[in-house]
Design a protein around this ligand. Sequence first.
Ligand code: GLN
Length: 475
Amino acid sequence: MEANTIEQIQKGLREKKFSATELARSSFEAIRERDGKLHAFLEVTEDLALEQAKAVDEKIAKKESAGVLAGVPLAVKDAILVKGVRCTAGSRMLEHYVAPYDATVIQKAKDADAVIVGKTNMDEFGMGASTENSAFGPTLNPEDETKVAGGSSGGSAASVAAKEALIALGEDTGGSIRLPASFCGVVGLKPTYGSVSRSGVIALASSFDQVGPFARTVEDCETLFNVIRGKDPMDATSVELRDSVPKFLGTESLSKLRIGVPKEYFGEGLDPAVESVIKSALQSFEEAGAKLVEVTIPHVPYALAAYYVINTSEASSNLARYDGIRYGASKEGTTLLETYLRTRGEGFGQEVKRRIMLGAYALSAGYYEAYYVKAQKVRTLLKQDFEKAFEKADIVAGPVSPTLPFSLGAKTQDPLSMYLVDIYTVPANLTGLPALSVPAGKAGSLPVGMQFMAPAFREDVLFQAGSMLEHFQKL
Ligand code: GLN
C-alpha cells in the first residue's frame, strides 16, 4: 500500500486502491511490529479508528464528499483530549482520567475525516526534552534505538518517523514539537501563539503552549495546520488567520528570499556535527539564489533563563488544580492536607515537583519582581530583537538543537543539561513567533533539523522555505 502523503491517500481512496479501513489496519500492523520497542504510543485507539475509517469508507461508497484528511492515520499527543479516551499527559496523576469532551483541534480533525489511531507518549505534563520524564517509560528514536526521540512530544514524532501514523499532533511550549521533529527526522511546526485553539489541551505554561502538526513532508504539515488553525470561542487567546498566500512556485522566487542567520545561534555549545549540516543547508539556499544576511538577536543568551522562570511560574499555577479532589488520582488522607500531600506526593514525578517548587518560589512575595517580572522584560526585549531582524530578513534560520539526538539516560540525572537543549527553541515561545523544523540532513545515522522562524502569522513563509529545503534534500 504506497501511501506516504495525504495526497497519495486521497488518490488511493478515490481510485479504490485501498479503503480507509485497510489504511487503519496497516497502521495498527506497523504499531504492532515496532511499538513494543519504540513505545511511541501510550494507547492505541483501535475501536475509535475503525469506526472513523468505516464512516469514511461509507461516505466514499455513497459518493459523498469526504474531508481533506479522509482516512489519514493521525496520532495525538496524550495532552490533547479525545472524548472517551484516556488522557494521561504522561503522568500517574491522570493515569485513569478519561476525556469528557474533544479538544477543539480534535473536533476539527474529526470534521476533516482524520482517523485517530492512538495517544502518544510524552514527558510528564510536557516537562522535558527527551520523553524520558514520562511516567510510563521513554520513547526510543526510530532512527537509532539507543538514542532518545526528543521531547516532550517524542511519541508523536517517533510515530510519524516509524510510519506508525502518517501525521500527528503535538504541543510546543518550549520546543516540544520542533526538538523531537529534528531528532526523529520529520517536519514539525510550532504555530504563532494564538493561531491554534488551546481548548481541551492540558496546560503547561499557558502563555507559551501551542498545538501543532508533525508530518513527513512540509506540504502535509501545512495541510494539518490549515485544518486545526483558527479562532475558537472556547479560547480567548485564539485569533482568526487570513488565508494562506500562494505557494512558492519555482526557484526564481528564491532570489527574493532574505534569510537572516543570527550569530547567537552558532556560538559556544553548538555541536560541530550539527553546525556543518546546518551550514551546508544554508549554502544550498545561497547557491539557489537566496540572500544570507547576518542578523543579531542580542538577548538570546537570556532566553533560556527567562523561559524557565516563566515556565515554572505558570506550571506551578496550572498544576495547582491536581489536588485529588477535582481531578487526578485521589489518595485519601485523614485530613484535607494529608489528601493533598499524598495525592501530589505520589501522583507527580520528580521533574514536575522540581518545577512546582521553582515556580512557587519565583512567584512568591519578595522574589516576584526579581524573577518573574524581570523574565517578562526579557520577553519584550527579545520581541524587539526579532522585529529588528525581520527588517533585514524575511525569515531567520538556524539549528533546532545544539546537539544530536543523545543516548538514553545521558541527561536524566542532570536537569540543567536537559534544559540547555532548549536554547534555540524557546525564543519562538517567548516571542510567540511561528517556527518550523525541517530535516536538513544527517550526521552519520542521526537526523539534524533546521529551524526557520518568521514574523507572527507568517507560517506561509516558513512553509515556502521548508519546501525549498526539502527540495534540496532530494537533489
Ligand atoms: N524542554 C521544554 C521544557 O521542558 C519543553 C516544553 C514543551 O515544549 N512542552 O520546558
